[in-house]
Design a protein around this ligand. Structure first.
Ligand code: TYD
Ligand code: MG
Length: 461
């Protein structure tokens, strides 16, 4: 293997397997142990291809002379997508749409571009994976007939830039970034250097021309280290499209957004004719909740700017292993470990001999601390084999000494629960005191775990 070219246009070396960077070249990657996978990282060249139409010197201007167009966002016509983007596509932005193969990225992009074209804008869909016929078949299935939506199959970035210069689209979708290659780096297509360099060039193009660019990116099987993750710091918004379990729901989540709230989610359903938005996810997520069964509670969770009711299910069973099993789907495993420790210390409940499973129904992932109290109550309900009151929702953060702490946006959580017909809310007393008077729903404020338990008749009887 050629060690390195001694030119000084090399910034360092990067492992093609795991993305580890170092100043020195290694035959074996110090991070993942892979052999022969370190390649050169060229010095950045401002992401501009010499000789392309983008090559023009930039001049400093007075801050007073910069004109900003307000309200110039481009609607994708899909309100769930627009909301996750922070209110539509910002011209000149670079957005990453990442997800497992087959999740529906190409479908979503095609639908969004077609809708955006309806307003008279020209949009360009570049496919590096499928033939024009395949794209057309998908478009027929969705029912797309838009003259202004242009489609091309191309993987050569230099060629794509020429088309952009000619066509000047308002929105460009590149499906997928992994298939694109540029002559600016010698690494093979699909390699990290190619992905990074191509994205860098598209970023400069977007900023100079004001064309919005959406990149589809496959999440690799090994995890998310290589591929889309390396682009997260570069893009303006990183959206992940995830599968929502057996129901066929797809959840679009913003993990980074320079123009909107993060953790905003959009819920979709894959149908025979493309993706449909699910406008009232709360109703669906709790619709299949079993009645009068221990271990299930409902929590009004805030995802981005919107409240969503989700069901949390727990299973507590005697273990047959020396080391009990702890498994979570949809919440952080470390958080569960902490809550179990608090329950043992503060409630005197020993769970050391039990396997514990927690699942958020519908395939939603919840990262906010308001889930603490619901998780504790779900565990307790299953442990005692007593159902948690069916008409009650609850939320609140639990501290290390068993106190229930206030969380944000209590008012919209309560109103979402009332809207869906729940009759009682159990919430932190800190929130109770600051809530405006509510009608139609009974509210109980609790300041620690014991109070929370006492307030549930089913647990105390
Ligand atoms: P696709 O958009 O190709 O996924 P990705 O680009 O993320 O790899 O869509 C994947 C799946 O969706 C595929 O299995 C077929 C299915 N599908 C439908 O069920 N209905 C439809 O209308 C379309 C277009 C696709
Ligand atoms: Mg695809």
């Amino acid at each position: 293997m050629k060690k390195k070219s001694s030119k000084n246009n090399v910034r360092g070396f990067v492992c093609q397997e795991c993305g580890h960077e170092s100043l020195k070249w290694f035959g074996k990657c110090p991070e993942c142990g892979g052999w022969g996978c370190m390649t050169e990282i060229p010095r950045p060249n401002r992401g501009i291809i010499p000789g392309s139409f983008l090559e023009q010197p930039s001049e400093p201007v007075s801050i007073c002379d910069i004109s900003v167009k307000r309200d110039s966002r481009i609607s994708t016509g899909i309100s769930e997508f627009d909301r996750v983007l922070g209110g539509g596509i910002v011209p000149g932005s670079l957005v990453l749409l990442a997800g497992d193969p087959g999740i529906g990225k190409s479908t979503l992009l095609l639908q969004a571009l077609a809708e955006a074209s309806k307003t008279g804008l020209t949009t360009l869909y570049v496919s590096g994976e499928e033939s024009l016929q395949q794209v057309k078949l998908r478009a027929d299935r969705i029912g797309i007939q838009e003259r202004n939506l242009k489609v091309v199959t191309e993987t050569n970035l230099e060629e794509i830039l020429k088309m952009i210069e000619k066509l000047a689209p308002s929105v460009l979708a590149v499906d997928s970034i992994q298939t694109i290659r540029t002559a600016m780096t010698a690494s093979p297509p699909g390699s990290l250097s190619q992905i990074r360099e191509s994205a860098n060039i598209l970023l400069s193009m977007a900023k100079i021309t004001g064309i919005a660019v959406i990149l589809a990116g496959h999440v690799t099987k090994e995890g998310v280290i290589a591929g889309p993750r390396v682009l997260e710091h570069l893009v303006d918004a990183a959206l992940y499209f995830e599968g929502g379990g057996a129901h066929g729901f797809r959840i679009l989540r913003a993990v980074k957004n320079r123009f909107g709230a993060t953790n905003e989610i959009g819920v979709f359903e894959m149908t025979d004719s493309g993706l449909n938005e699910v406008l009232n996810p709360s109703a669906i997520f709790v619709s299949e909740r079993p009645k009068n069964i221990s271990g299930s509670v409902v929590v009004p969770s805030i995802e981005g700017t919107r409240p969503i009711l989700v069901e949390i299910q727990s299973l507590v069973t005697p273990t047959s292993f020396p080391q009990p099993r702890r498994m979570t789907m949809g919440i952080d495993g470390n958080r569960l470990a902490l809550l179990i420790a608090i329950m043992e210390k503060k409630l005197g409940i020993s769970l050391a001999g039990n396997d514990i499973f927690i699942n958020v129904a519908g395939g939603v992932k919840i990262v906010e601390p308001a889930i603490d109290l619901p998780v504790v109550m779900a565990l307790l309900s299953c442990y005692l084999d007593k159902p948690f009151p069916e008409d009650t929702v609850l939320f609140g953060e639990v501290g290390l000494v068993g106190e229930v702490r206030g969380v944000d946006r209590a008012d919209i959580r309560v109103s979402e629960a009332a809207k869906l017909g729940f009759e009682r809310v159990l919430l932190p007393s800190a929130n109770f005191h600051s809530l405006p008077p509510q009608s139609g729903i009974h509210i109980t404020g609790v300041s620690n775990l014991e109070e929370a338990i006492r307030s549930c008749d089913t647990f105390t009887n």
